[in-house]
Design a protein around this ligand. Sequence first.
Ligand SMILES: [Cu+2]
Length: 407
Amino acid sequence: MIVYGPPTYDYDIDLGPIFVHDYYHTYYTDLVQELMSPNEATSIGAGTSDNNLINGKNNFECSSQRTANPCVSDAGLSKFFFEPGKVHRLRFINSGAEGMLHISIDRHKMIIIAADFVPMIGKEVEVISLAVAQRMDVLVTGVGKPGDSYWLRSQIQPCSGALNPLALAAIYYPGADQTLAPTSTAWPDTLPPCLDMDPSTFVPYYSSTPQPAAQQVDITIAFIQNATGHWLWTMNGVSYRSNYNEPTLLLTKATSPDSPLNFPLEYNAYAINPGKNTSQFAVFHFENTVGVGHPMHLHGHNMYLLSQGHGTWDGTVIDTPNPPRRDVFICPASGHLVIAFHANNPGVWPFHCHIAWHLGAGLFIQAVEQSEWIQESMSIPAASYQQCKIWWNYTGHDVVHEIDSGL
Ligand SMILES: [Cu+2]
C-alpha cells in the first residue's frame, strides 16, 4: 500500500515498493522451536537463512538445500527498468525475519528522501542500511544510457547466518538485452555492519524537537535460560508472554482511573503517564547486554533519537534541534538505545525487537499510554468486543498450540 502524502521532492517514475528480505525454507514454528531449545546453547537466537530475496526472487542452487523441499534451481531474478536522465523513486521495505541489509545500485547514487515513511532532507549516498522492519525511499537518477544494465544488490550483514547473503536484481535501460546478466561492479561498502547509518544522515523534512521528558523508563535486555533450559529474551528480567483472552486494553478499561494498573508480570506492561497538561514526552532507555543487535520498533509513534551506540549510555543526548525521527532504530550489540516520543496517543503500544525469533522468545514490552484518557474517553468498538467473544468461545473448547510469546 502506498500512501501519497504531500510531496517533498519531484521524481519522474515510481518503481513502487521493493521488498527485500532473508528467506528460510523452514517454517517459523520449527525454527523457533529449534532456536529456543535447551540444546541450542550457543545460538543466541540466530538461524541461518537459505536465501535473500528482492521482490520475491533470487537464484538458488537446490543442491545446497539443508532439507528436502520441492526446489527449482536458478528460478530467476527481479528486473527493474530505468530511463536515461529520469528520476526514479524506489521504496525499499525490509520485510525479513532477521537479516540486516546493505543495499546499493552499481554506478548509481541514491538520495534518501524518507526513512520509515518520515520524509527526510535529501541525502546522497552509495549504500543504504536497512534492518528488519525499516523502510527507506530513495531517488535515483538514470545515469546510464540506452542498452546499459546494472546490478541492484542487497547484502545480508555478517551478524546473521546466511547461505546466500547476496541478493541481486537486474536494472535494464531501454534496448538492453534482458537475457544477459549485467556485468557492473559494486560500490565499495564503507558502512559499518549491523548498525543504523550515521544520525547525520537523517534530518527530518518537517522539523520537530522533543521537549524534556517527564518520564523515563530504563530497560535491560538479556538472553537467559529458564527452568526447563529453554532460551528466552527478557526485558528487565521478564520474558513477554501474551494472553489473548485478557487483552491489555480491556484490562486497562476495566480499571478505575483512581486505582493503580495491575497487569500480570509476563505482560511486560509499562504505564506511560507523563501528564496530560504538562510535558507529554517520555523516554525509553535500553541497555543491551547481549552481543547481537536489535531493530527496536515502537507502534503508534515516530521516535526521536537521543543516543545510540556501543557500550552503556553515558547520559548524554543528541542535543540538536530536529534529531532523527523514525519508528525503528537499532539497539546495537552490547550497546544502548535512548529514544523520546510524544505521549499524546492514548493506547496500548507494542515496543519490541522486530527479529522474528527474538520477538517470539519474549523481547517485547507494552506501553500503556495515557491510561486515564483510555479509561475516561476511549470506547472499545463493538466489533472489537465481538472478536474477543468469538475468541473466548473458541478457546473454551479448543486448545491453542502456542510455543512462542504469541506475537
Ligand atoms: Cu532482537
